[in-house]
Design a binder for this molecule. Sequence first.
Ligand SMILES: Cc1cc2nc3c(=O)[nH]c(=O)nc-3n(C[C@H](O)[C@H](O)[C@H](O)COP(=O)(O)OP(=O)(O)OC[C@H]3O[C@@H](n4cnc5c(N)ncnc54)[C@H](O)[C@@H]3O)c2cc1C
Length: 420
Amino acid sequence: MLGVHDEEISSLALTRRQFLRRSAVAAAGAGLIRSPLGGTVTAEIIRGRAKKVLILGAGMAGLVAAYELTQLGHDVTVLEARTRPGGRVHTLREPFADGLYAEAGAARIPNNHELPLKYVKTFDLPLEPFYPSGLNAIRFDRGTRQEVPIEGFTEAMNVNFGEDLGGKPERWYKIKGGSDLLPKAFARHLESKIVYGTPVVRIEQNANEARVVCLKSGKPQTFVADSVLVTIPFSVLRKIELPALSSGKRDVIKRTHYDAVSRVYLQTKNRFWEERGLNGFAFTAGGIEIWQPTWSQPGPRGILMTYARPGEAERITSMKENRRIEATLKQLDEVFTGLRVNFEQGTSKCWTEDEWARGAWAFIGFKDLATAMMPEGRVHFAGEHLSLWFSWMQGALESGLRAVKEIDEAQYPVRIAVRF
Ligand SMILES: Cc1cc2nc3c(=O)[nH]c(=O)nc-3n(C[C@H](O)[C@H](O)[C@H](O)COP(=O)(O)OP(=O)(O)OC[C@H]3O[C@@H](n4cnc5c(N)ncnc54)[C@H](O)[C@@H]3O)c2cc1C
């Protein structure tokens, strides 16, 4: 891993042994020039040579890229602003009691999203159905309250959000133990290659190298590499200094709109709804999903949560935490009568106020997608927003793999300094 203080840039220094090993696999005739000072310096295009790659962001796009580039023999360092991997894949375990958990971000995996399913299998993680098959859900439709089998819930998803979110309940899975087990598994394989607590503040490049400035304990630190992969959401990237990028790219980064999503979680001392034949899932007239993520977790306590999309999400975000909980308690007490007396504690997650996401997801639009995805020199881009599967882990993973191919095949001049 390369981590050097500003103005102390040693860049791509290899030991003689590393150099000889890499030279053996590099394309023949790399054309190294013996320096009069004893070392060897070259500025050649060497196809297939291991590259030094900086990945900005340890969300699904950054993690899959780091993992696969490492497998290909590249030297990867990941700079992550947060103190954890996963980005928008985040399982809330606090403040809940008894080891209960609920998802702040990605929760559902449909059976046609082959990439999350592939890595779940790679890391041997357990899957389980997302929806309970027993008891009834509640559906509010055209002014009526109906108790329906869970198919009624997914049908409401179909009607309100389209086929991508509907279909048969059996096509939906979740990771048993929490979605964050997936990014944590990637991170375990990457070990010390991820540097946490390092928000990136500037990205620059010249013909020889790319440079990234981040803050470590508030102090600027510069990293140098052959390639940079930016997976930072555009909502955050627009606040970073980007002299390395064209005005066209900067314009798309500035204009991209991110949707708001808010979730409010209520922990209860028991699952009183089950005695009434209910499974804790409901779909409101206002298009809000209500989930009981604990249906497959050990009791007796439970969690009911709301999932509000744009429109309602901004209203919740504008409230203080205790107001969010109180308003949700009032709303859900009308759906599951008796909730208030069983309520123990609550929490919330509003993605527009998350400093490192500033929104839930983005659809850039077909017109701008090509410009937004395009690498510029040594700077490459990935993230859910740069995929046709935006707003899904599938999109983040797919974009990360596309960037792996780009970086692996990139042919830009590389600088090697060899120490003897
Ligand atoms: C509410 C919600 C529900 C969702 N539901 C589902 C679902 O059910 N199923 C599904 O498949 N997907 C779902 N998704 C989508 C899925 O979570 C995302 O598509 C995916 O996690 C995005 O990954 P990413 O790597 O593109 O971005 P991110 O996860 O945002 O990763 C980017 C990383 O960059 C870091 N970063 C930001 N700024 C900086 C900086 N300046 N310097 C360094 N690092 C920085 C961030 O901390 C983050 O770790 C949901 C998302 C949300 C928000």
